[in-house]
Design a binder for this molecule. Structure first.
Ligand code: SF4
Ligand code: SF4
Length: 280
């Protein structure tokens, strides 16, 4: 499948900054066919995973602008995800200005028992998974981990390396863009750092420990986190998506920075190795 069908269009500019690296322009058209990981009929089921859960027993982080994009979609296929996201926003269920994180109890359970529950526990099924069709309800907008996960690659180690570098670059972009949105909407570095703590809950951190048993954020804490966007959360997410859509090239380059450029270069080198196999 071509990269341009695998990822949402708002990432295109980050693979296409002219003048930095010779073959960068062609990445969006790069075609990689993975024949071994047949997800419609999971190759790991029933031996490793339950067939109706596959490898979707995982609650991915969705950055603020991605929530905005999903809420803006007109297609019926996004309806379930939109209903879910609106419920999370309304009930203050860890929908933060930086994005939607897995609830603390889920994060702890995943950390403590990953080997026992992954692919096996219905309780851990991703909230965007569509049980009726056994497919992803946000496919084009799924996060970096999901976009780059192939349990087996037709290109063996070279393929796994390529997907790993794609994950690294996409995770970098997710965080860099979500943070850029916050900075441009008047959230201070300290407020940003408070929100980052929710992404990887440390159960030993006292202020987060008490959230382990809770389904929602306490109202005073949610109010403090949302500041001037309190009760305007959906509007904020939509603005975040529009902000990403309108980024000028200069800012795209700044967001990409030295680290992003290095990650992209590694990804392109991994892509080149696959192209050599494809042309043999
Ligand atoms: S990537 Fe996941 S769903 Fe696809 S075949 Fe592998 S384990 Fe199954
Ligand atoms: S977002 Fe989609 S691909 Fe990722 S775990 Fe959920 S259902 Fe599976």
């Amino acid at each position: 499948m071509k990269m341009k069908y695998l990822m949402p269009d708002h990432y295109r500019a980050f693979f296409n900054v002219p003048g930095n690296y010779g073959k960068r322009d062609s990445f969006w058209e790069f075609d990689i066919e993975e024949k071994k990981a047949t997800c419609h009929q999971c190759i790991e089921a029933p031996k490793k995973y339950e067939a109706h859960l596959k490898c979707c027993t995982f609650w991915p982080f969705l950055p603020n602008y991605t929530i905005g994009y999903i809420l803006k979609q007109k297609s019926e296929s996004y309806q379930n995800a939109q209903v879910f996201l609106r419920r999370m926003i309304k009930e203050k269920r860890f929908a933060l200005p930086i994005g939607l994180v897995a609830p603390p109890w889920y994060q702890k359970e995943f950390l403590d028992n990953k080997d026992k529950i992954f692919g096996k526990s219905e309780k851990m099924l991703c909230p965007y998974y569509q049980t009726a069709t056994q497919s992803c309800g946000i496919w084009r907008f799924r996060g970096s981990v999901c976009t780059s996960f192939y349990c087996k690659s037709s290109y063996a180690q070279k393929g796994q390396l390529f997907w790993k570098h794609l994950e690294d670059y996409l995770s970098y972009l997710e965080m860099a863009l979500a943070e850029e949105v916050l900075v441009y909407h008047d959230y201070s570095p300290r407020e940003l750092s408070e929100q980052l703590d929710f992404l990887n809950i440390d159960p030993d951190q006292m202020n987060l420990k008490k959230l382990l048993g809770q389904k929602s954020l306490p109202i005073p804490q949610a109010k403090k986190l949302w500041k001037h966007y309190w009760q305007k959360e959906e509007e904020f997410y939509i603005k975040a998506a529009e902000f990403v859509d309108e980024l000028p090239l200069k800012q795209i380059k700044e967001i990409q920075g030295a680290l992003g450029t290095d990650l992209l270069q590694k990804l392109l080198e991994a892509r080149d190795k696959i192209e050599i196999c494809q042309n043999k």
